[in-house]
Design a protein around this ligand. Structure first.
Ligand SMILES: *Cc1c(COP(=O)(O)O)cnc(C)c1O
Length: 379
């Protein structure tokens, strides 16, 4: 029975041209890497600030390994919690203005932990329709009643909102690169419930001192989720909250209690990454410069969308066309991902490009040239 079900699901995906493929890269996920003999420029990472390959950060990690050894050895409530973890938490609290930070090994588990721990039967959870899979899935599996409001539609949110709701949105949407209208959302939720913002793509990138989309919009949510796999250049996540929610999560969040805490060397490296994101204004300036140059070069293309973030969608519509265009670009040395349903809605297949501080104006010029003729070839 299982075998039949699996075969059927795989065949169906293949027939619809939606089969996903794992690419085996020959070096790290750097901004430029090798495929067989050719060098390819990577426009598909979330390493906006270039920290994934930053030499200074690598050195901090290496020194951390020498100092603390390899793994943490256990979960946080047993013996897996160290000064190094608490220093990371304090650094995050000080930077982002919260009382508590609780560390997780991934953004996916942080979101699941939050919704599973906080919500009970009879609660109302309202989520933006385009929220990340980890939030949507956690909402569906939680005992609460979940409703989704239309993407960034505050009027729709208000119609669904009753007292005692948890409203969850991303700060920057990962597939469209657009910002949530956080000031309006926060105003609507005020006095009626709590606001949780997952700022995976905004933290370190927007806002004063890289404090993220909430700072940019001038709001403070009850709960902020930050992940370390994007601008931080590593992996892991934290939930920022007040001391009561923090204590509650420490007592009841199973993804926290029953999971080995992150290696000490990693926590120490993340503290350094947080400090760099806070102080390295030049990284945000460089990105903003590239952003403007991207607009200049690409605004005349069909499917171009202006964004305030380094995430650049180019809507092509048809899945097969998006895949063919991405393959041709790759053959010319630009690693661009085609994003297809079910990740994005039907008919909205796209190329998703991300800019990082390691890209140059000349990279973008070459990409624009290639895209121009590839789009003409693939109708
Ligand atoms: C990437 C991402 C996550 C998952 O974080 P990981 O640390 O990669 O598990 C969660 N939410 C959003 C909005 C994301 O973009």
């Amino acid at each position: 029975m299982f075998k039949q079900r699996i075969e059927q699901a795989l065949e169906e995906r293949e027939e619809r041209g939606l089969l996903r493929k794992i690419h085996k890269l020959e070096r790290g996920n750097l901004f430029e890497f090798r495929q067989t003999t050719d060098s390819v420029v990577n426009y598909s990472s979330n390493d906006y600030m270039g920290l994934a390959s930053d030499k200074q950060l690598t050195q901090v990690w290496q020194e951390g390994l020498d100092r603390y050894g390899n793994g943490s050895g256990s979960s946080p409530l047993v013996t897996g919690y160290n000064n190094v973890h608490s220093e990371l938490e304090e650094t995050l609290c000080d930077w982002l203005g919260f009382e508590r930070a609780i560390l997780f090994n991934s953004g996916f588990s942080a979101n699941q932990a939050l919704l599973f721990t906080l919500l009970e039967k009879g609660d109302l959870l309202l989520q933006d329709k385009l929220n990340h899979a980890s939030l949507i899935e956690a909402g569906m599996l939680s005992p609460a009643t979940m409703k989704r409001f239309k993407h960034n539609d505050v009027e729709h949110l208000k119609r669904l909102l009753t007292d005692c709701a948890l409203v969850a949105t991303e700060g920057v949407f990962s597939m469209d690169g657009d910002l949530a209208p956080l000031a309006d959302i926060s105003h609507a939720v005020d006095g009626k419930g709590w606001l949780a913002v997952d700022d995976a793509h905004g933290i370190g990138v927007v806002g004063r001192e890289g404090r993220g989309s909430c700072d940019y919009a001038g709001v403070k949510p009850t709960i902020l989720i930050v992940t370390f796999g994007k601008a931080f250049g590593l992996s892991g996540a934290a939930i920022l909250c007040d001391r009561y929610v923090g204590e509650y999560l420490t007592q009841f969040a199973r993804h926290y209690i029953y999971s080995t805490s992150m290696p000490l060397a990693q926590a120490g490296t993340l503290t350094e990454a947080a400090k760099m994101l806070r102080s390295d204004e030049w990284r945000r300036e460089k990105l903003s410069e590239l952003n403007h140059y991207y607009d200049q070069l690409f605004e005349s293309f069909d499917g171009y969308i202006k964004t305030h973030t380094p995430i650049k969608p180019m809507i092509l519509g048809d899945s097969a066309r998006a895949v063919t265009v991405a393959n041709k670009l790759r053959a010319e040395g630009h690693w661009v991902t085609a994003i297809r349903p079910p990740t994005v809605p039907e008919g909205r297949a796209r190329l998703r490009l991300t800019l990082t501080v390691n890209h140059t104006r000349s990279h973008l010029e070459q990409l624009a040239q290639s895209l121009q003729h590839v789009l003409k070839e693939v109708r």
